[in-house]
Design a protein around this ligand. Structure first.
Ligand code: FAD
Length: 284
């Protein structure tokens, strides 16, 4: 099924993101976690693409498995380290596996990258994918602006170009303050971006994630959220429970304000995905 059809459905959608293992010896444990998340019957599941492209075969393999389990897969694909031939091969493999949805990304450019990118921006990859078959194409967006953008308006202008190239829906970077998302939504619509925008929510359940969030420049942490982290950062069980409660509250507020799609950065954690799904059972 195409994700655009899911997002245009009557009911709100709740989807989960998973990532492939970095090495083959981790494949079985990751596969098990992913299958448990698939068992929650999410609206769809996305599978990330390794920054250097090294784990790309796993992205396709996991997407194919998800399809076999009856869950609509969304395979990520990035410009970093992608030649035209590689993109052609990846798309052929996805097509053969029956995967209909691709999230086209630029990827983060490694500091030591020597040769320029074949596809400089995600919009160029979107155009390439559009010319290579009947995929439903999604893209990333940043309610707080992409860190490389000189101005917020530049970022929205480039986002509009990405949509004009054929991006049918967008998924946001994580955010912890819903007002920032509502403000972004308003400005995106004002700029003529009229595709569905899925809100990306990260349930913070451990200290490592907190470090990751802090490393993503520009992610605003509301006082309410900081107080939770300060209080429970050394108590793993309490932090996990509080993080899931905070994410649940964010999602309830989003649904109550008419947002139709929420994507949870579930980080291969079936127990977190299950609790979020359970907390929202009557809303979905
Ligand atoms: P782009 O849309 O290309 O934008 C990148 C920057 O270039 C922005 O500042 C934009 O404003 C600017 N720009 C765009 N077009 C132009 C133009 N014509 N001229 C000048 N500037 C321009 N990374 C991975 O490696 N693998 C993943 O699986 C992955 N999944 C992700 C999923 C989501 C939902 C999100 C939000 C991010 C994900 N990322 C992933 C991270 C992403 O690759 C990085 O954030 C990357 O820095 C930007 O990718 P993009 O696709 O948004 O790039």
């Amino acid at each position: 099924m195409k994700i655009i059809d899911i997002l245009h459905g009557e009911r709100p959608s709740l989807s989960f993101e998973v990532f492939p293992p970095k090495t083959s010896d981790r494949f079985d444990s990751v596969k098990e976690a992913i299958e448990q998340i698939a068992g929650l019957s999410p609206s769809f599941m996305s599978v990330t693409y390794g920054a250097g492209g090294g784990t790309s075969a796993y992205t396709t393999e996991i997407a194919k498995r998800l399809k076999g389990l009856g869950v609509t897969p969304l395979a990520h694909l990035s410009c970093v380290s992608s030649t035209r031939e590689r993109v052609e091969n990846e798309l052929a493999a996805l097509r053969e596996a029956g995967v209909e949805n691709v999230l086209a990304l630029r990827g983060d450019i490694p500091a030591d990258m020597e040769s320029p990118l074949v596809y400089r921006y995600a919009s160029e990859l979107v155009a390439e994918i559009r010319g290579r078959g009947d995929f439903c194409i999604g893209g990333a967006c940043y309610p707080e602006g992409h860190p490389e953008s000189a101005t917020w308006m530049d970022d929205v202008r480039h986002l509009k170009e990405k949509v004009d190239e054929g991006c049918e829906f967008l998924t946001t970077q994580m955010f912890f303050d819903n007002d920032i998302f509502y403000n972004f939504l308003y400005r995106a619509r004002e700029a003529g971006i009229d595709v569905p925008i899925v809100a990306g929510i990260m349930p913070v359940t451990n200290a490592k994630q907190i470090r990751r969030i802090c490393a993503i420049s520009g992610t605003a942490l509301p006082q309410r959220f900081r107080r939770i982290i300060d209080k429970y950062r050394d108590d793993p069980a309490a932090l996990a429970q509080a993080g899931i409660a905070f994410a649940t509250e964010q999602i309830v507020d989003l649904f109550a304000n008419g947002v139709k799609g929420v994507h949870v950065y579930s980080m291969n954690k079936p127990e977190v995905a299950a609790k979020i799904k359970d907390n929202l059972s009557a809303l979905l």
